[in-house]
Design a protein around this ligand. Sequence first.
Ligand SMILES: [Zn+2]
Length: 79
Amino acid sequence: MAKHPVPKYRKSKSKSSIRHSVWENNLANYWINKIKLAICPDCGGKTLSHNVCQKCGKYRGKQMIDMNKGDEKIKVVKA
Ligand SMILES: [Zn+2]
């Protein structure tokens, strides 16, 4: 015999799904609050702090990535 309290009946599907949805929602909110987005001073877009802006390619006023170059598609592959 078990010496600790044991549930008499199994939980229904809906009760389990309600519990899981609350857990899932809390996890989503955790990540939303965890990731802080900084505003790029050059273009005003949202970027990850301490990272190069993906829209304008600048970091602390310096051009790190040439954004015009990235648009050109590679047509000939040199093997
Ligand atoms: Zn930017």
